[in-house]
Structures are given as C-alpha cells and as structure tokens.
Ligand binder design. Structure first.
Ligand code: BV8
Ligand code: ZN
Length: 264
C-alpha cells in the first residue's frame, strides 16, 4: 500500500502507537546492535548485556556502559526523533491518543521533546542500587574517576581490572548498576503492561528501526495486528515484522518520517 494511503489512514487515526529500536538513532551517529557497530572489543553487545557478565565482571560492564555514555556526549536527536515528537504534539493538540515505546536507552526521544514514552529497556542515564534498589539519575562521564579514558572498543584495548571501590556507589553504600534491562532479565511490570495496552488499543502501529529480534518488544506488532490495528514499518531492510505489516517504507527513518508523518 502507498504513502498516500498511509497518510489518509494517519489523518483518521484516533490512537497512534510507535515502537522504535536502534535504527531510529543510527542517523544521530549511534551504532546499532546488529550492524557492524554491534561489536565492542571482541564482544557482541548482546553477550555483554547480561546479569551473568555483571556478576562475573562488573568493571567490564561498567567500562562498556561508560563508553556508551561517553559517545552520547556529542550526539543529538535526528529528524526521525523530531518527527516523532512533532506528530505526538499534533495528536495532543487534536485530542487524539499517542504513545511511544522505545527499546533504546539513549534518551534521544526525550531530548527531542517526546513525552508519552515507555523506555522498555531503561536508560543509560539512570542507575539502580544493587542493595536498596533506589533509582538515581546520573550523568557523570566518566562514571567514576577510575574510568577516566577507559572503555575503548578496540579489541586490543587492555582488559579492565576494576575493583569494587572503583564502581559507583549509592548513598546506602551499595554498588550502582545501569538501570537497563539485560538479556534474561524481566522488563519492569508497568512497562510491560503499558506496552501491551497501547499495542492492543491503537488503530495504527508504526514500527521504526528495529530488527524485531528481541522479545518481548518484537511481539508487540503481532499484538497490535491481532487487535485490529494497521501496522506500518520503516526500516532499511526487511524484518519479520513485514509478515504482519500493511505498509512498508524502506529507507532511512530520518529521511522518511518527516514527509510520511506530514510534519516537515
Ligand atoms: C525477557 C538494553 C522475560 C541493554 C536490551 C521470547 C519471549 C521472552 C524472552 C525471550 C524470547 N526469546 C528470547 C528471549 C530472551 C531475550 C531475547 O529476546 N533474546 C534475543 C536475542 C533472541 N529477551 C530477553 O531476555 C528480555 N527479557 O523477555 O524477560 C524472561 C526472563 C528470563 C528468561 C527468559 C525471558 C530482555 C530483552 C532486553 C535486552 N536489553 N537493551 C543495552 O542496550 O545495553 S536489547 C537491545 O537490543 C537494545 O535495547 C536494542 O534496542 C534491542 C533490539 O535491537 P534493535 O533496537 O532492533 O537494534 P538492531 O541493531 O537489532 O536493529 C536495528 C534495525 O534498524 C535494523 O533492522 C536496521 O535495518 C534498522 N536501521 C538501521 N539504520 C536505520 C534503520 N532503520 C531506519 N533508518 C535507519 N537509518
Ligand atoms: Zn542503595
């Protein structure tokens, strides 16, 4: 189906839900997971992001996240993030429902002005105490002075050897970890419930820049489609979501979305 058919549908949509993945931040210069950028040193990002790695070597995992926080310092929202924030504003002004579900932890959607956002996998800028579970915002780069200059993705970079005293601490004395969802960890129940609700109840479900490999996020488009929503995909490449999609727009999100959502 064509762009004009999509735009006709968008004009008559009462409830719009958008799901984004790493591809929406690619044009901001942030490496995606499964592209070439998915490697850090000799590890796949998906191998590192696990409680097993944390328990075995919290210093290595903090090096990885310290690096990802560091590369965010000069990154900005791109036209895809701005288009999504603008269509939300239009829906709010026209009393129509909008919700954004993102798998990304870079917070660029918030920086672009998106408000109704569920960050299913957490945030690079939130830390959680392993002892008292307190969640704190923390924008220190490096995360602690011991991590100054650490985190190089170069496979030949010297292996980290951080001690507990090098790691960030909570006011209660506990060690602070990134407040992100690792593989094998459950999502926050309120995020799961909200994501399911807005996928079930929308008329139009727009999926932008995700390889649809990671669950439960990858299952949301099926929930939307089964609940009667139309599904649209914006991606550089074919993904499994195409099996349930009514519309498919191949290309860069930053180039497609401002025109597709008519928020030039
Ligand atoms: C869980 C945070 C219950 C950390 C991340 C079935 C049901 C339930 C669980 C599972 C299941 N099957 C398998 C599992 C386990 C696992 C899973 O899904 N594994 C995968 C690898 C098979 N899921 C979990 O563990 C989840 N937990 O379900 O709890 C449970 C509990 C115990 C045991 C079992 C189940 C937790 C998953 C969350 C993991 N955390 N991130 C961090 O970021 O460091 S996931 C990580 O991958 C990122 O969040 C990322 O967003 C996400 C998904 O990747 P994408 O965003 O899609 O990025 P990717 O690079 O893959 O693709 C980019 C796409 O963009 C590409 O298609 C590309 O073509 C496109 N693109 C690129 N440039 C552009 C573009 N498109 C448009 N424009 C461009 N310019
Ligand atoms: Zn604490």
């Amino acid at each position: 189906m064509s762009k004009s058919a999509f735009q006709e549908l968008l004009a008559n949509t009462r409830r719009l839900t958008i799901l984004t993945g790493a591809g929406v931040s690619a044009e901001s210069g942030i490496p995606t997971f499964r592209g070439a950028g998915g490697l850090w040193r000799t590890y796949q990002a998906t191998e590192l992001a696990s409680p097993q790695t944390w328990n075995a070597n919290p210093g290595l995992l903090w090096e990885f996240y310290n690096y990802r926080r560091q590369i965010m310092l000069d990154k900005k929202p791109n036209p895809a993030h701005h288009a999504i924030a603008k269509i939300e504003k239009r829906f709010r002004e026209e009393n129509r429902q909008f919700h954004l579900i993102t798998q990304n932890i870079d917070d660029l959607h918030l920086e672009a002005g998106s408000q109704n956002v569920t960050r299913m996998h957490g945030s690079l800028w939130l830390l959680r105490c392993c002892l008292c579970s307190q969640i704190v915002e923390n924008r220190n780069v490096p995360i602690t002075p011991s991590f100054e200059g650490s985190g190089s993705p170069d496979p030949k970079a010297k292996q980290s050897n951080f001690q507990k005293e090098d790691l960030p601490k909570c006011s209660c004395g506990g060690i602070l970890r990134p407040h992100v969802v690792w593989f094998g960890e459950s999502l926050a129940i309120e995020d799961m419930e909200k994501s399911h609700e807005v996928s079930r109840e929308c008329d139009l479900f727009l999926v932008v820049g995700t390889s649809a490999v990671v669950y439960p996020a990858a299952g949301l488009s099926v929930i939307a489609q089964r609940s009667g929503a139309k599904v649209a995909v914006v991606n550089l490449e074919p993904t499994t979501t195409d099996q349930v999609s009514d519309f498919n727009f191949q290309g860069k999100a930053g180039e497609i979305l401002p025109d597709l959502l008519m928020v030039e």
